[in-house]
Ligand binder design. Structure first.
Ligand SMILES: C[S@@+](CC[C@H](N)C(=O)[O-])C[C@H]1O[C@@H](n2cnc3c(N)ncnc32)[C@H](O)[C@@H]1O
Length: 292
């Protein structure tokens, strides 16, 4: 069981919510820096309020994609658009969703993970979209913290001294990849710039947006593309005809932007007995659903 605490930043009122973490399946093939699996109980609430059979979810900064996957698997919306700029991450989504999932799943199953083989797979990334997708999966499993930014280093000791194989679960990855492929009729993946896709859709009343850009400061060491014009993103969010939910690190800068654009904001934190507390600032036009 997970204990969720909500802090209303203004009133500093405190509420306690009990959320069963077992009801949040990990469906992503990635372990993603800044991944929002822990926020899924709240995102489900948002989707239950603003999703529905006539809506399309757009996720302009997809990363590990747990929000889009949850929405598609749990039928919270009939269609999702996932957008990601990182070529390696995009290659994984494209291979899974555009017909080559079985190849990726089999390659993972047949791979003998050693430091040497990992290095070779990563070096071969430029040979094809398939090899880039495979190299990205390997990097995500053998790099410390799953970090995919250039210059990230291999796990040293890892869990229980298992070193490089401590995050290598080939059967699990294979299952997740094949399950996502079965959802490909619901998921449209676009390799590109999240801003452009938001701009192309901003007039749509039936589009809703989960916006989780790289953190304003800490994003730099985590992602290849970490520089985002946050001011422009808030301005764009203000123009959206459909509903949106943004997720930010709870910094003064993010709070100032939210106030300037007259959005509601709430700091959400979650703690369980084994892991460090995670905190995030949720921003939207209306957050009344969050404390319902
Ligand atoms: C905080 S992460 C998203 C994490 C995701 N919500 C999850 O749960 O895994 C932000 C992502 O935005 C991507 N990104 C950065 N700039 C982008 C852009 N202009 N367009 C699309 N994606 C971008 C990064 O590569 C990174 O994967």
């Amino acid at each position: 069981m997970i204990q969720m605490e909500l802090f209303d930043t203004k009133a500093r009122s405190e509420k306690q919510h009990i959320v069963n973490v077992a009801s949040v399946p990990q469906r992503s093939p990635f372990r993603y820096a800044g991944g929002k699996i822990w926020l899924i109980p709240r995102i489900r609430q948002w989707l239950l309020k603003y999703g529905g059979s006539d809506k399309e979810l757009i996720e302009p900064f997809t990363g590990g994609g747990i929000v889009s996957l949850t929405a598609a698997f749990e039928d919270l919306v009939p269609q999702v658009i996932m957008v990601e700029k990182d070529e390696g991450v995009a290659a994984v989504w494209r291979i899974i969703l555009e017909g080559n999932a079985k190849w990726l799943a089999d390659s993972i199953e047949n791979f003998n993970l050693t430091r040497e083989n990992a290095r070779k797979a990563i070096e071969a990334a430029d040979q094809s979209l398939e090899s880039l997708a495979f190299a990205t999966i390997i990097k995500n499993r053998v790099n410390r913290g799953g970090i995919l930014a250039d210059g990230a280093s291999f796990i040293k000791q890892g869990e229980n001294g298992k070193g490089i194989t401590s995050r290598w679960y080939p059967k699990t990855l294979q299952k997740r990849i094949l399950a996502i492929a079965k959802m490909n009729h619901k998921i449209n993946f676009i390799q590109g710039d999240g801003f452009e896709i938001i701009e192309q859709n901003f007039h749509r009343k039936n589009a809703i947006y989960f916006i989780d850009p790289p953190y304003i400061k800490a994003g730099r060491r985590l992602y290849r593309y970490s520089m985002v014009n946050h001011e422009a993103l808030f301005e764009l969010a203000g123009k959206l005809q459909g509903n949106f939910l943004m997720s930010y690190e709870n910094t003064q800068e993010a709070r100032d932007l939210a106030s300037r654009y007259k959005f509601a904001m709430k700091s959400v934190s979650m703690k369980n007995t084994h892991h460090a507390q995670k905190k995030e600032l949720l921003i939207a036009r209306d957050l009344a659903w969050l404390s319902e």
